[in-house]
Ligand binder design. Structure first.
Ligand code: 7TS
Length: 417
């Protein structure tokens, strides 16, 4: 039986038709069919407000920051530092000095690995992660462990793709020097119930890093309510530019951490005998930063806030429920990742068809999904699949687009199975 599309009134009155008009890229045809963009976990699309903010910055305000008395440099500095405050407010951090601009989630985690973990770790110490992490929350810790002799411990997941809490309780202990977890899994969609993990880590005095790359774009995030020590995310997954992201860090910890890259902007004084470092947050921002990226990120946040993160979360939950139900009607389709709480990411396999072939056929129908290991090879190993097909949704997707996905999958089945 086919699932009924929710009516407009049940979708919290998100005016998706109007929202879609804000995204020029969505208006095009791909292979002769209207584009259905379902690869938002890899990167989302940008609304005109973001594109215009970046263009306007370059047309009227660009110069280098922090170093000019001239008007343009002051404007650029105001735009860059103003963006920092918009980010602070967005994630409810207490202090703009706790907001470090980086290239993205990957760089944020590497910064913490090299500057926080590496000087503190030695043989006998442990870093604790889970089995559902993106490679960005695995490999930086492996590098640190190689350098320091510390060990990487991994909390297993269950067949639904949930982190096993009992195993976590057994693994965390006096040797644990840091707990680093995804807030939301990119490969499975699992929303990790981070509160209870953080509460236990707090009891034991273990600092916590959250990889929020897949969480921030899809609902409200409050780093103080979470009570985490570090939180990382990327602008390009939340309608902002590529090449910029954020590391939030608790100020006491950031103050203690040494710079991880040296150069201009991160210093107060330089001589060949001794160099002194700048204050937070600039201590961690060596060189000319991605100024237009910060401008674009601020515009993306303002745009998301104009819709409302709660409304986005609610609408995406309805889309997810509908997509899950419809996908289950496709013969031979198996959803990988069935956690009780999920974000709008659906990984699946289709019996007898390689995920790459599914992706290729779907593209001929104008439907963009991702296929592969999603930079989460241990997750693929756990579920004993070489790859999955993954549809990942955003607030500008529609119920009709889910229907297009299903129709394209039916076509793939009729051609290939
Ligand atoms: N952490 C998670 C949970 C992610 O989903 C990603 C990117 C990253 C870290 C790395 O972010 P970056 O902006 O530094 O690259 N995830 C994906 C994905 O699922 N498909 O392509 C990139």
């Amino acid at each position: 039986m086919s699932a009924a599309q929710p009516t407009m009134t049940s979708t919290t009155a998100l005016d998706v038709a109007s929202i879609r008009r804000d995204f020029p890229i969505l208006e095009q045809r791909i292979n002769g069919k209207p584009l259905v963009y379902l690869d938002n976990a890899a990167s989302s699309q940008r609304p005109r407000a973001v594109i215009d903010a970046i263009r306007s910055y370059y047309e009227t305000d660009h110069a280098n920051v922090h170093r000019g008395v001239h008007t343009l440099s002051q404007r650029a500095t105001d735009a860059y530092e103003g963006a920092r405050d918009i980010v602070r407010n967005f994630i409810n951090a207490g202090d703009t000095r706790e907001i470090i601009f980086v290239r993205g989630t990957t760089e944020a985690i590497n910064l913490v690995a090299q500057s926080y973990a590496r000087p503190r770790l030695g043989p006998g110490d442990e870093i604790l992660i889970s089995a559902l992490e993106h490679h960005a929350n695995i490999v930086p810790w492996q590098l640190v462990c190689e350098h320091t002799g510390a060990a990487l411990k991994v909390i297993p997941i269950d067949r639904h793709g949930e982190i096993q809490y009992e195993a976590f309780e057994r693994l965390i202990g006096p040797r644990t020097k840091l707990l680093a977890l995804a807030h939301v899994s990119n490969a499975l969609g699992t929303i990790v119930p981070v509160d209870k993990f953080i509460a236990r880590a707090r009891e034991l005095g273990v600092p916590v890093l959250l990889d929020g790359a897949q969480a921030v774009p899809h609902g409200p995030v409050d780093v103080r309510a979470l009570d985490c020590d570090f939180y990382c995310f990327s602008a390009h997954k939340m309608c902002g530019p590529t090449g910029i992201g954020v590391l939030y860090g608790r100020r006491e910890l950031l103050e203690e951490m040494p710079p991880w890259q040296g150069g201009g902007d991160m210093i107060l004084t330089v001589s060949f005998e001794k160099t002194t470092y700048n204050q937070l947050p600039w201590k961690f921002e060596a060189g000319t930063p991605h100024i237009s990226g910060a401008v674009g990120l601020a515009a993306a946040i303002r745009y998301l806030q104009s819709i409302g993160m709660e409304r986005i979360a609610r609408y995406e939950r309805e889309l997810l429920a509908y997509a899950t139900e419809r996908l289950q009607e496709v013969p031979g389709l198996k959803i990988i990742g069935t956690a009780a709480q999920k974000a709008a990411v659906i990984s699946f396999t289709l019996e007898g068809i390689h995920p790459h072939d599914i992706g290729t056929i779907l593209d001929t129908e104008g439907v963009a999904i991702r296929t592969g290991h999603h930079c989460a090879m241990p997750v693929m190993d756990f579920f004993q699949v070489p790859a999955t097909a993954r549809a990942s949704l955003a607030f500008y997707n529609t119920f009709e687009e889910i229907d297009r996905l299903i129709a394209a999958l039916e076509r793939a089945r009729s051609l290939l199975s």
